[in-house]
Design a protein around this ligand. Structure first.
Ligand SMILES: C[S@@+](CC[C@H](N)C(=O)[O-])C[C@H]1O[C@@H](n2cnc3c(N)ncnc32)[C@H](O)[C@@H]1O
Length: 194
């Protein structure tokens, strides 16, 4: 089945490779972190951030279970990525957001919020290197999620065409509120893309 997560992984895989540094800005249950950890290999690093301790401990468990030890796990707000990850400015190959709440958690009030999501997207501009990419999946099935998806679309749509390739993808024969994937890739300074 084609899902937003699978598409996001395929596109991210095009941009990241062995030895790269990737940020999972919404670690959650660690599935994306594990995928990126395998993409970048033992010489690469995944920095996984989540605002909830529960999510980070879930991610740690998944990584240990799969014997992966190339992730740095951070309990924190992705809106603060510029401060938290200052040493990585201009060094990141890809940054992933899988928005919403932690699947399986009792408390669904801990959810990504439009203001912090946009602050985190702004931070990506400093962190990514040439040809780096941003992937963001937004869930439009509830009011807040719909507003957040619109804000991400506006932010992505405002990236200058000279410097970025930007696309969005969603199912068009299903509910109008199915998950939507936004994907942006920074061009080289020459403006081309490999
Ligand atoms: C849909 S889940 C992520 C799924 C995850 N990538 C996976 O593979 O299981 C969204 C996550 O975003 C986290 N989150 C919400 N607000 C956040 C924030 N401001 N900074 C960092 N993480 C946040 C939630 O705690 C939740 O775990």
């Amino acid at each position: 089945m084609i899902t937003a997560v699978r598409l996001a992984h395929k596109l991210m895989k095009e941009c990241i490779g062995t030895g790269d540094i990737v940020i999972d800005a919404t670690a959650g249950n660690g599935h994306d972190t594990l995928f990126f950890s395998e993409c970048v290999g033992d010489t690469g690093t995944v920095i996984a951030i989540d605002i909830q301790e529960e999510a980070i401990s879930s991610t740690r468990h998944v990584m240990e279970h799969h014997q992966r030890n190339n992730a740095r796990l951070i309990i924190g707000d992705h809106a603060d990525m510029n401060k938290l990850l200052k040493e990585f400015e201009g060094r990141i190959a890809g940054i992933s957001f899988n928005l919403g709440y932690l699947p399986g958690a009792n408390d669904h009030t801990i959810i990504t919020k439009t203001s912090s999501t946009i602050a985190a997207l702004n931070a990506c501009l400093n962190l990514l290197h040439e040809q780096g990419c941003i992937s963001a999946i937004a869930y439009r099935g509830h009011d807040h999620g719909l507003d957040e998806a619109h804000a991400v679309e506006q932010w992505m749509g405002a990236l200058p065409a000279h410097d970025w390739h930007v696309i969005s993808m969603s199912a068009i024969n299903q509910s109008t509120v199915s998950p939507i994937l936004f994907f942006a890739r920074r061009k080289t300074t020459q403006g081309s893309m490999t």
